[in-house]
Design a protein around this ligand. Structure first.
Ligand code: TXA
Ligand code: MG
Length: 339
């Protein structure tokens, strides 16, 4: 299959809408990361997403909408909490898990009786949904196991020959995937941290948002992931990544002791020049938003440079940094050394 990359225009959006209506795949930018879209009601179309990504069939997809009226048929009930969170954070990088509606294909939800729904703020996604009338399922546009792409070039690197069209809308602003929160049970539960933080949702809801244990550490033997996506090693570059938890002085010492050909540092802005090994900087220290914006590109750059062993500076674990830490410990296959 030939893969076309087109800049965003009235024509390319009309083409994307037509492909979606025909049950084809389209890769497109969102404010979080690039996604691969297919009609969420069409099981045959959604199956093509799993094939293109090499994604395990038991990992459900998020359905993307552009207005509250589109919830009809996608969910069977809109919980009170969902209305509050939607009023505060939609359109934006928040996915809510709700009871599944009759129109969503089983393939989209991997057979679960719940569905994750998100109303993105990116104008291109909104335009494509409006033009097609299609609520689409869209996972991140990476091959399964690789870091999510945040631009059209990285999407093409993974999806070349696997789908007909990539819309190029520039760099994604957020850089990590949406926050996923379950609003169906007795308590709201954070299933995947993102740009919309636990603290922000708690302020809106006036109640505690529980943190699913798989977010900040490896699931123990026999533990079940509430969010199937959290059970996989994910976002992994080819290099062996280790997170070094401690201050910059201790980090420098450790890296110097372990310096060798193929060893790289993944550090914060302004730190690279002080290290005895080549480095990639992934945002400012104590600034989760800039780290989120750069992390996935930094991980892909390490592969492009042929890094074998990577020592990463450790992000914090609250606010937006929780999302950065959550992605980085997976890239590191949970290898964390406390200095
Ligand atoms: O920012 C995003 O959410 C991007 C862009 C393209 O919108 N999409 C994305 O999709 O990250 P994906 O498929 O890579 O991640 C979906 C996550 C997975 O961790 C999955 O397990 C979880 O959401 N999820 C989806 N539906 C769920 C459900 N019904 N119950 C629990 N977890 C669910
Ligand atoms: Mg993904």
């Amino acid at each position: 299959m030939k893969t076309q990359v087109l800049p965003v225009s009235g024509e390319s959006i009309a083409l994307a809408a037509e492909l979606l209506r025909q049950g084809e795949l389209v890769a497109l930018p969102t404010e979080t990361v690039y996604g691969i879209a297919a009609d969420a009601r069409n099981g045959d179309a959604v199956r093509k997403i799993f094939e293109a990504k090499g994604r395990p069939q038991d990992n459900p997809l998020i359905v993307h909408i552009c207005g509250m009226d589109m919830l009809q048929g996608i969910v069977s009930e809109v919980p009170e909490r969902a209305l509050k969170l939607a009023a505060a954070f939609w359109p934006g990088p928040l996915t809510m898990v709700m009871p599944r509606g009759a129109e969503v294909s089983e393939v989209t939800c991997a057979g679960l009786d719940t569905v994750g729904v998100r109303m993105p703020s990116h104008p291109v996604v909104q335009a494509v949904i409006k033009a097609s009338g299609v609520a689409f399922a869209a996972p991140s546009a990476n091959l399964s196991g690789k870091p999510s792409p945040t631009n059209a070039q990285d999407t093409l690197a993974d999806m070349h020959g696997r789908l007909p069209l990539i819309l190029d809308g520039g760099e994604s602003a957020v850089g990590v995937e949406s926050t996923v929160v379950s609003v169906t049970g007795e308590h709201p539960i954070l299933l995947r941290p993102g740009y919309i933080t636990k603290e922000q949702m708690e302020a809106v809801l006036g109640e505690e948002v529980q943190v699913s244990p798989a977010i900040l550490e490896k699931l123990k033997e026999g533990e079940v992931a509430r969010s199937p996506g959290m059970k996989y090693k994910h976002y992994a570059p080819k290099a062996q990544v280790t997170i070094l938890r401690g201050n910059f002085e201790a980090y420098c010492r450790y890296v110097a002791e372990h310096a060798a050909p193929g060893v790289w540092a993944l550090c914060f802005d302004g730190e690279g020049a002080q290290l005895p090994v080549p480095s990639i900087e992934y945002g400012r220290n104590h600034d989760g938003a800039t780290q989120a914006h750069h992390l996935f590109t930094a991980l892909r750059d390490l592969d492009r440079h042929g890094a074998q062993v990577v020592y990463a500076r450790c992000p914090e674990q609250d606010g937006i940094s929780m999302a950065v830490y959550n992605r980085l410990i997976r890239a590191a296959a949970f290898r964390v050394v406390t200095l």
